[in-house]
Design a protein around this ligand. Structure first.
Ligand SMILES: Nc1ncnc2c1ncn2[C@@H]1O[C@H](COP(=O)(O)OP(=O)(O)OP(=O)(O)O)[C@@H](O)[C@H]1O
Length: 233
C-alpha cells in the first residue's frame, strides 16, 4: 500500500503562459478511493500527469511514501482518457490488456487472467476491441492499467461515455479495488449521488476549491456557481 502527497504544485505548459495549476496540494491515503472533479479545463488531466511523473511541476513536489517522485514510477499507473485511444485498432481484449504488462513484473496480480477477472471481463478475452460496447472497452482499458505492478492508480475520466447503470458497475469495481488496498484517484464529471461511493472528493479549478468527505465538498460547492446543476461540465 502506498500514499501520495503533492505539495504546492504549480504548472504551466510554457515559461511564458499562465499557470494551469496553481498551488495545488493533495494527499491520497493508502487503500482509499478519491474523486477529482472540476469543470472542463480545470487542470484534472494535467494534475494526473504531474502525479504520475510524466511532467514536472514548475513549483512544488510530489512525494510517494515520503520520498520525492523523480520521473515515472512503476508504483503509479495512469489510465488515460478514452479519447486518446484508437478503439478501431485491430487487437483483441487479451492483446490490449497484455500491453500493460511490465517485463520484469512476475507477481500474480499482474497476470492477464487476474486482471481480466478483477474487472469481470474474462469471457471477453478473445473478442476484438472494436466489437465491444463502450463500457466493456473501458473495463478492458482498466484491466490493462491493472497489469502494472502499481499500488497507486490514477484514472482519467474512466466513466465518460458510460450509461448510468454501467457507471454504477464501474464504481463498484473501483470501490472493490480500493477495499483490496489499492489507492485510487479518479477524475470525473459526475457530480451528485455517485460521489457518495468515494472516501474523499477533491474539487479543482486550477487550484483546490474544496477537499474532504463527499458531503462536505458538495455543500461547499453548492455555493460556487461554476459547479451548480449537479454537473461539473
Ligand atoms: N499540451 C498542452 N499544451 C498547452 N496547453 C494545454 C495542453 N494540455 C492542456 N492544456 C491546457 O491546460 C488547461 C487544463 O487542461 P486539462 O486537460 O488538464 O483540463 P481538464 O480538467 O482535464 O479538462 P477536461 O475536463 O476538459 O478534460 C486547459 O486550459 C488546456 O487548454
Amino acid at each position: 500500500m502506498a500514499s501520495l502527497l503533492a505539495e504546492n504544485l504549480t504548472y504551466s505548459y510554457s515559461a511564458e503562459s499562465k499557470p494551469v495549476l496553481n498551488d495545488v496540494s493533495i494527499q491520497l491515503a493508502p487503500g482509499t478511493l478519491t474523486a477529482l472533479v472540476g469543470p472542463n479545463g480545470a487542470g484534472k488531466s494535467t494534475l494526473l500527469r504531474l502525479l504520475q511523473g510524466q511532467a514536472k511541476p514548475r513549483k512544488g513536489q510530489v512525494n510517494v511514501d515520503g520520498k520525492p517522485l523523480m520521473g515515472e514510477l512503476d508504483q503509479i499507473a495512469l489510465m488515460p482518457q478514452r479519447g486518446l485511444l484508437n478503439w478501431n485498432f485491430p487487437i483483441t481484449v487479451e492483446g490490449l490488456v497484455s500491453l500493460g504488462r511490465v517485463n520484469h513484473c512476475r507477481s500474480a496480480c499482474c497476470e492477464l487472467e487476474a486482471a481480466l477477472q478483477r474487472v469481470g471481463i474474462s469471457e471477453l478475452s478473445k473478442r476484438r476491441l472494436d466489437s465491444l460496447s463502450g463500457g466493456q472497452q473501458q473495463k478492458a482499458l482498466l484491466a490493462k492499467t491493472l497489469m502494472r505492478p502499481a499500488s497507486i492508480f490514477l484514472l482519467d475520466e474512466p466513466c465518460s461515455s458510460l450509461d448510468p447503470p454501467t457507471r454504477e458497475q464501474f464504481l463498484i469495481i473501483i470501490r472493490q479495488l480500493a477495499d483490496a488496498g489499492l489507492t485510487l484517484f479518479v477524475s470525473s464529471h459526475d457530480w451528485g449521488k455517485s460521489l457518495d461511493a468515494y472516501d474523499k472528493v477533491v474539487a479543482l479549478d486550477k487550484t483546490v476549491l474544496a477537499s474532504g468527505r463527499p458531503q462536505e465538498v458538495q455543500e461547499k460547492l453548492d455555493s460556487i456557481n461554476c459547479m451548480s446543476n449537479n454537473c461539473c461540465a
